[in-house]
Design a protein. Structure first.
Length: 689
C-alpha cells in the first residue's frame, strides 16, 4: 500500500509539473506574440518598416538596415516606449552611403574696357577680398565685379598654383578671358599686333609651372600697313626678288608671289598680309607691274599706296622701255598712278658727299658725314638720341652748305630706318639711301622700305641689305649658350649616361639618356660646347684619361646617330680629375664616372653666325663717305653655310657597313705632367642646372 501511495504522489507531482510547463509556455508565447505585434504595428505606423522584430521570451530582438544613422536612433528610441530598454537587443545597422563628392571648383576672369568680372565657384577658404583688392589695382576706375559663390570644401590640389598664374596673367592682358580649374588654366586673349601675340605666347609658355596644364588661344588683328608698300626689283647680284611686299588677303598674296616666280624669283618669298590697301585691285596692279619689270629684264617697281614708281637702268633699250611702260600705263586700274623713269647713261662720277649712321651690337651709335648747317646737326643728334638712346649717340658731322635740297629729310629718314636694326649702317648720298645691317624682325626689310618710301616718296633710290638673325627674334625666344648647357647638364642629372665597365660602349640601359640629350640639343647646335668625360680613380691615370676621352667621343657619336648636328661639339677627357664625390665608396665612384657639357663660347657660330654688318663703317672717312657692298638680301632670309666638322675630328661622321668612309682620326691622348695645364674647377652650381 505504501509503495502505491508513493507512486501516486510522484505521478501527481509530474502531472503538476507538466501542466505548469504547458501553462508557462503558453503564457510566454502569448506575451511574445503580443509584444511583437504591438511593436511591429507601432514601427510601421511611424514609418520604420525597414525594421525586423523578433521576440525571445521577454527579449525583443531588433534587426534591419536604416537609411541613416539618425533614423536608426529614432526607431530604437521609439521601441523603448513599448518595451523596457533592458529587454531590447539592438542589432540594427546603417546603410553605407557614398561620401559627398566635392563640387568642381572653377573661376572665370573676364577683363575688358569695362573692368574685370569674376564668375564661378571657389572654396570658402579662398580670400576673395584679397583677390578683389589686387585686381582692383589692375582694373582701375572700372573696378571689379565679384559674382563668385563659395563652398565649404577642402581646396583641391593645384588650385592655388593655377590661381596665382591666372592672377599674374590677367594683369598683362587687357582684353582676355581666363578660366581656372584645379591644376589647369585656359587663356583667351586679343592682342594689338602679331608681334605682341608672339610675345604673349612666349611669356605664357615660359612662366607656366611644371605641374600646371596650360592652354591658350591668343589672336591678333591683321596689322594696319601704311603706306601699303611693295617693292620688286631685278638686279645682277640677286636676280628677281622682293625688298618689301604687302597684300590684303591670302588670295592676293598668292597672286603676287606667283607673278614674281614667273619672272624667275626663287627661294622663300614672303608677303605681309594686312589692312590698308588703297584698292581692291591691288593684286592686279602688282601683278602687272611685276610682269613689266620682268619684261624689262632689270630695274625696280615701288608701290606706295596708289603711287607707282618704275625705274629702269640705262642698259634697258629705250624702245622696249617705252613699249612696256605704255602697256602698263594703259591697263592699270584707274586709282593707280605711274611714274616711269629710265636712267641716262652715266657721264660723271657720283657725288662724294654723304651722311652715315652706324649702330653696333651694344646699341652705340656714331653719326658721321655732312649736314647742311649747325642747326641741322643739332636736330639730327637730338632726334638720334630720342630714337636710339640718349647716352648711346656720338656725333661727328661737319657742315657742307652745298648739299642738295631735301638732305635733312633724308638723314632723319635714315635714322628711322636705323632704329629698326639691331646693328648696322645707313648711308645717305646724293643718289639715294643705303641700309645694311641685322635685325631680329623677319619683316625688318618691309618696315624699313615702308619708312623710307613714306618719307622720301615712292621714287626714292633705296638699297637694302638687311639680314635676319633668328637669335635676335624675341618671338622665337631661342635659348642662350648658358641656357643650353644648363639644360643639357640637367638632362644628364635626370638620366645619366652609363658605359660598360672599362669600355667606351654606352650601356644599353642608357640609350634613352642619349635620346633625351638629343632632344635637349634642340636650338643649341649653334654654340661651341665641350663634352667633358670623367672617370673614377680605379686603374692607371693614363688609361683613365684615354677612357674618358673615348667616352666623350662616344656621346658625340651617339648624338650624331640621332640626327644632331655636332660640328660645334668638342670631346675632351679629363680622366680622374675634378672628382665631385669621394672615390673611397662605390656610390662616390659612380658619381665621378660622368659626362658634362661646358660652354666654350657664348656667341653662336655656324649657320647663324652674325655677319659683321658694321665692319664697313669703321673704315669710313671723317666726311662719312660710304663703303658700298651692293648686296641686297631676301627679306627675312638668313645666310646659310655648310656645317663644318668639329675641330677634334671625332664623332663627325657615321660610317655604315659597306660604305667607303675615311677612317676616323684618333685624338692623341697625352699623360699630364707637372707642367700640364689643368682644367678649371667645376662650377658649384652645375648640378642645379
Amino acid at each position: 500500500m505504501r509503495s502505491r501511495a508513493t507512486l501516486l504522489t510522484i505521478a501527481a507531482f509530474v502531472l503538476a509539473l507538466v501542466v505548469s510547463a504547458v501553462i508557462a509556455g503558453g503564457a510566454a508565447t502569448v506575451v511574445e506574440k503580443s509584444t511583437k505585434q504591438e511593436v511591429r504595428v507601432a514601427m510601421e505606423a511611424q514609418g520604420y518598416g525597414w525594421m525586423r522584430i523578433h521576440t525571445d521570451g521577454l527579449q525583443v530582438l531588433l534587426s534591419g538596415t536604416a537609411p541613416t544613422e539618425a533614423e536608426r536612433f529614432r526607431a530604437v528610441s521609439e521601441v523603448d516606449k513599448y518595451v523596457d530598454s533592458s529587454r531590447v537587443v539592438d542589432n540594427t545597422d546603417t546603410q553605407i552611403t557614398k561620401p559627398i563628392t566635392p563640387p568642381a571648383f572653377s573661376l572665370e576672369m573676364l577683363r575688358n574696357e569695362n573692368g574685370i568680372s569674376l564668375i564661378g565657384l571657389v572654396p570658402s577658404s579662398v580670400d576673395r577680398d584679397a583677390i578683389v583688392e589686387k585686381l582692383s589695382k589692375v582694373a582701375g576706375e572700372d573696378g571689379v565685379t565679384d559674382m563668385l559663390e563659395s563652398a565649404d570644401y577642402p581646396v583641391p590640389g593645384g588650385w592655388d598654383e593655377a590661381m596665382q598664374f591666372a592672377m599674374t596673367t590677367i594683369e598683362t592682358l587687357p582684353r582676355s578671358k581666363i578660366s581656372v580649374t584645379a591644376g589647369k588654366v585656359s587663356v583667351q586673349a586679343i592682342t594689338d599686333s602679331p608681334s605682341e601675340k608672339g610675345r604673349v605666347e612666349t611669356s605664357l609658355a615660359r612662366r607656366r609651372p611644371t605641374d600646371l596644364k596650360l592652354s591658350f588661344d591668343i589672336s591678333a588683328p591683321r596689322p594696319v600697313i601704311t603706306p601699303f608698300t611693295l617693292r620688286f626689283l631685278i638686279d645682277d647680284e640677286e636676280g628677281p626678288h622682293f625688298d618689301a611686299c604687302s597684300a590684303d588677303n591670302e588670295r592676293a598674296r598668292d597672286r603676287i608671289l606667283t607673278a614674281a616666280r614667273a619672272t624667275g624669283a626663287k627661294g622663300t618669298l614672303t608677303c605681309t598680309i594686312g589692312m590698308g590697301t588703297p584698292s581692291p585691285d591691288w593684286s592686279k596692279a602688282a601683278q602687272m607691274a611685276i610682269k613689266a619689270v620682268g619684261d624689262l629684264g632689270a630695274g625696280s617697281v615701288t608701290f606706295s599706296d596708289a603711287d607707282i614708281a618704275l625705274d629702269a637702268p640705262s642698259t634697258v633699250d629705250q624702245q622696249k622701255f617705252d613699249d612696256v611702260v605704255g602697256e602698263l600705263e594703259s591697263n592699270l586700274p584707274g586709282v593707280f598712278s605711274l611714274k616711269a623713269k629710265r636712267e641716262p647713261a652715266p657721264d660723271a662720277k657720283a657725288a662724294e658727299a654723304s651722311f652715315t649712321a652706324t649702330r653696333d651690337g651694344d646699341g652705340h651709335v656714331e653719326l658721321k658725314g655732312r649736314v647742311t648747317d649747325a642747326r641741322e646737326r643739332q636736330t639730327i643728334e637730338s632726334y638720334a638720341r630720342a630714337k636710339l638712346g640718349h647716352d648711346n649717340v656720338h656725333g661727328a658731322t661737319r657742315v657742307d652748305k652745298e648739299l642738295p635740297a631735301g638732305w635733312p629729310v633724308r638723314t632723319l629718314a635714315a635714322l628711322d630706318a636705323l632704329s629698326v636694326l639691331h646693328d648696322g649702317k645707313v648711308t645717305v648720298t646724293r643718289d639715294g639711301i643705303s641700309v645694311n645691317g641685322i635685325s631680329g624682325d623677319p619683316q625688318a626689310s618691309d618696315t624699313i622700305s615702308r619708312i623710307l618710301t613714306s618719307q622720301l616718296g615712292e621714287d626714292a633710290q633705296i638699297d637694302l641689305s638687311v639680314k635676319y638673325d633668328k637669335r635676335l627674334d624675341e618671338q622665337l625666344a631661342l635659348p642662350t649658350g648658358k641656357e643650353c648647357v644648363a639644360r643639357l647638364n640637367e638632362t644628364l642629372q635626370k638620366k645619366k649616361v652609363d658605359f660598360d665597365p672599362g669600355s667606351a660602349q654606352v650601356a644599353s640601359e642608357s640609350l634613352d639618356a642619349l635620346d633625351a640629350l638629343a632632344k635637349s640639343m634642340k636650338n643649341c647646335t649653334d654654340f661651341k660646347m665641350e663634352v667633358a668625360g670623367y672617370t673614377d680613380n680605379q686603374g692607371r691615370e693614363e688609361m683613365n684619361l684615354q677612357l674618358s676621352q673615348q667616352r666623350a667621343q662616344a656621346v658625340i657619336r651617339g648624338l650624331l646617330d640621332r640626327g644632331v648636328l655636332i660640328g660645334n661639339l668638342e670631346a675632351k677627357g679629363y680622366g680622374e680629375a675634378q672628382p665631385i664625390a669621394s672615390n673611397d665608396t662605390e656610390a662616390g665612384r659612380e658619381k665621378n664616372r660622368r659626362i658634362e657639357f661646358v660652354l666654350l663660347d657664348e656667341a653662336p657660330v655656324g649657320d647663324d653666325a652674325l655677319p659683321d654688318a658694321t665692319a664697313d663703317a669703321t673704315g669710313a672717312a671723317d666726311d662719312g663717305e660710304p663703303h658700298w657692298n651692293g648686296a641686297v638680301t631676301d627679306d627675312g632670309a638668313p645666310a646659310t653655310e655648310d656645317g663644318a666638322q668639329s675641330e677634334n675630328g671625332d664623332g663627325d661622321t657615321a660610317a655604315k657597313p659597306g660604305e667607303n668612309t675615311p677612317q676616323e682620326e684618333e685624338i692623341p691622348v697625352e699623360t699630364p705632367g707637372d707642367q700640364t695645364p689643368r682644367p678649371q674647377s667645376r662650377p658649384e652650381d652645375l648640378s642645379k642646372g
